[in-house]
Design a binder for this molecule. Structure first.
Ligand SMILES: [Zn+2]
Ligand SMILES: [Zn+2]
Length: 322
């Protein structure tokens, strides 16, 4: 009976909490008209790679990446399959949110379809949703400003929507992963448990919500596949890769895994309840790519600190999603 109950709970959560309610967050305006609306791929000196064709399925090798010349190296180096540009003092990332890897959620008619992995146990059961191409925009300042007086403690990082939500990320699109997949925050609707959502994840730890928006809430092999292509890692298993970087939230907070960008271990003693702290983001070859940047760590192999999802509390002032 308990098993049946868990399955039912997981499905119910995906219909309710995993919906497309984008309005309950506080992180600032959720609609900001994109000036010019076209991320010029020609004429502005940006570079485009990939053919973007869907033949052979969606893969890292055939997705289209467009990056403006003035985009900071951190984003230019690690973010693929998206359209990235600088607009004034902001970075703008536009994504179709089509994961460049196989997924059950592409549906059986897609070349990117694969069967749902039931080897993980009887509680794992796909949700009824199918991936739908999106046109999502995330923008944040190149140099984001920390929220004044913000306190990130156990009461604000509690995994649910409640009276402390003033500083929580919005529901729905909350960031973008290296592989162009949308990041959601870790929040479930009041009374639900985010931990139950994992039962509908595909093997990349992603799933689509009612609107067809495919997203991650936690670690994934997908972003690590980009680090593998770049020659930075030799395994894409979260918790085992030499360097683990996943994406960026809509306020500019960086999401990392068990390591810093140079492969070193984070200082666990200085992490806040969502495994966040501030320091320079330095690459393996010693380049400081982001200065004094708040970032969080998701590490499946850590018992403590144990936050296993994207951050819940927004560290920086501005978050714009559309
Ligand atoms: Zn979800
Ligand atoms: Zn760190």
């Amino acid at each position: 009976m308990r098993r049946l109950f868990l399955v039912t709970t997981a499905l119910a959560i995906c219909v309710s909490a995993c919906g497309d309610d984008d309005s309950s967050g506080s992180g600032g305006s959720s609609s900001s008209s994109t000036s010019g609306s076209s991320s010029s791929t020609s004429g502005s000196g940006g570079s485009t790679s990939g053919s973007g064709g869907s033949s052979g399925g969606f893969e890292l090798d055939n997705c289209t990446t467009t990056v403006g010349d003035d985009v900071p190296d951190f984003f230019k180096t690690y973010f693929k399959c998206s359209d990235i540009r600088v607009d004034g003092d902001e970075i703008v990332i536009v994504t179709k949110d089509l994961p460049p890897h196989k997924s059950y959620y592409y549906g059986q008619d897609s070349e990117s379809y694969e069967a749902f992995d039931t080897s993980r146990g009887p509680d794992y059961r796909a949700n009824p949703n199918v991936i739908v191409e999106q046109n999502a925009t995330v923008r944040f300042p190149i140099n984001p400003t920390p929220k004044a007086g913000l306190v990130i403690d156990a009461s604000s990082v509690n995994g649910s929507i409640d009276g402390t939500q003033a500083d929580e990320y919005p529901m729905g699109t909350g960031g973008v992963a290296l592989d162009s997949v949308i990041l959601y925050n870790p929040l479930a609707a009041a009374g639900d448990d985010i931990e139950d959502e994992k039962y509908t994840f595909d093997i990349y730890n992603g799933h689509p919500d009612r609107s067809g928006t495919y997203h991650y809430h936690t670690t994934s092999m997908g972003p690590l596949g980009i680090l593998e292509k770049l020659g930075v890692v030799t395994t894409t298993t979260p918790g085992e890769a030499q360097v683990e970087l996943y994406g960026v939230m809509c306020d500019g907070t960086v999401v990392m895994g068990c390591t810093e960008l140079d492969g070193s271990a984070p200082d666990a003693a200085e992490l806040d309840p969502q495994n966040g702290h501030v320091h320079d983001i330095v690459s393996k070859d010693g380049n400081s790519l982001l200065t004094d940047r708040y970032h969080t760590h998701i590490c499946p192999t850590w018992a403590d600190p144990g936050h296993k999802f994207t951050p819940e509390v927004q560290f920086y002032n501005a978050c714009t999603v559309r």
